[in-house]
Design a protein around this ligand. Structure first.
Ligand code: SF4
Length: 397
């Protein structure tokens, strides 16, 4: 069985990109009750639109209702759950037992997926949640492959794991750091990622004297974790029997969503074409290096926990995202690009196409200044709409 490829969709553009680049399913939030409060998220009209768009292409849509609402908010939930059921969403992703209970009551026709926030780390917990009517368990990120396989085998519910993206230093997001430092509560979907900030140690009697505890010139990053990447372990991941492979990142750019989905889609398709002849392709790893990321790490999956800490705060990327292809004018042989970041005339570009190869060209004879939010034309071989345009120079931020 080939697991489902499940992609993040922080807004409409990212959702459309995820579908176009090969996701089997999307997870996204409405305007309330979903983690990632500062992603764009979807209002009622957008939810209807993306459901229609995805369903027409055989792609499922899961809606996150995975915050931990207090009494005042949870009273508003029944109406929202009824609304989501009426819309025809394919699943609700829940974490709080109260939300789960209300989901069964007010949206009984919608399957419930238990969020990774519920920290399911053992077979008995998995069985408990199955007894509560959960159709799928998003397992905790802190499990290794043997534990994942044991749970996937032991329960009748489907299982899902994260294969790519940022990780928390706290147990699957159960953390108050952001709330303490900024008032933004990670458990209400508003994490400020305070764990990525630079921290120092100060001894009580010596205020203002910062004690160095790492050799890194930029400072000390006590809590920072590396990013997860399980591309190299895909055959082992599939062998665990999990049903769904999840990419983290509803806050990431449309370029990130497109490139990461494209790479994992290619790998899963290669596996589907013949597990015996499957081989990890260097270009899949290369592409994952060409999105903004922290150093990669296979995380708990391989049973190593020591290397998770990243001693810097910087992101790295071997490419700069500069625009999205609006259309291709075949009469004039020109590509029309919606510019996101300035493109210097003459610079070398790569056009990353959905389910097709990367095209290279030079940004010559552009129709005007290529500044953010402008549209620009330039001569190009034929390329598909919604291709991602990037320069070949690396960056870090
Ligand atoms: S501050 Fe860091 S560890 Fe805490 S919830 Fe946010 S991302 Fe996770």
């Amino acid at each position: 069985m080939i697991p489902e490829l499940l992609a993040p969709a922080g807004n409409m553009e990212k959702a459309v990109a995820a579908v176009t680049y090969g996701a089997d399913a999307l997870y996204l939030a409405g305007k309330s009750f979903g983690m990632r409060a500062s992603a764009g998220n979807f209002d009622e009209q957008e939810l209807r639109k993306i459901l229609e768009f995805a369903h027409q292409r055989g792609v499922r849509v899961y809606v996150t209702v995975n915050t931990f609402p207090h009494n005042d908010l949870i009273r508003e939930l029944p109406g929202y759950l009824e609304f989501l059921q009426e819309l025809g969403v394919d699943a609700l992703i829940v974490a709080d037992p109260g939300v789960l209970r209300l989901g069964r009551q007010w949206a009984p026709r919608v399957p419930l997926h238990l969020s990774t926030q519920a920290n399911t780390v053992n077979i008995e917990a998995a069985r408990f949640w199955c007894d509560q009517g959960v159709a799928r368990l998003v397992l905790a990120r802190e499990l290794d492959r043997v534990e994942i396989e044991e749970i996937a085998t032991a329960v009748s519910a489907e299982t899902e794991i994260f294969v790519h993206g940022a990780m928390c230093m706290a147990y699957s997001g159960r953390c108050l750091l952001s709330r303490f430092l900024t008032g933004r509560d990670a458990n209400q979907g508003a994490c400020a990622q305070s764990c990525r900030w630079r921290y120092s140690v100060v001894e009580e009697q010596r205020p203002g004297e910062y004690i160095p505890i790492s050799q890194e010139p930029e400072g000390t990053y006590l809590f920072n974790s590396k990013d997860l990447r399980l591309m190299e372990y895909l055959p082992d991941v599939i062998a665990t029997g999990v049903d769904s492979l999840k990419i983290e990142g509803r806050m990431k750019s449309v370029y990130y969503v497109a490139v990461v989905v494209r790479a994992y889609r290619a790998a899963l398709d290669a596996w589907a074409a013949g597990p015996d002849t499957y081989q990890l392709q260097p270009q899949w790893l290369q592409e994952l290096d060409r999105v903004s990321h922290r150093p990669y790490y296979p995380g708990f999956f391989v049973g190593e926990q020591d290397g998770i800490h990243d001693s810097s705060a910087s992101y790295q990327s071997a490419r700069n995202f500069v625009g999205v292809v609006e259309s291709y004018d075949s009469e004039r042989g020109e590509v029309v690009v919606n510019v996101r970041n300035h493109i210097d005339p003459g610079v070398s570009l790569e056009i990353v196409q959905p389910r097709a190869s990367v095209v290279t060209l030079r940004a010559d004879k552009m129709s005007g200044p290529a500044d953010p939010n402008k549209q620009v034309r330039m001569p190009s071989p034929p390329v598909k709409a919604l291709s991602m345009v990037r320069t070949t120079a690396g960056d870090s931020r």
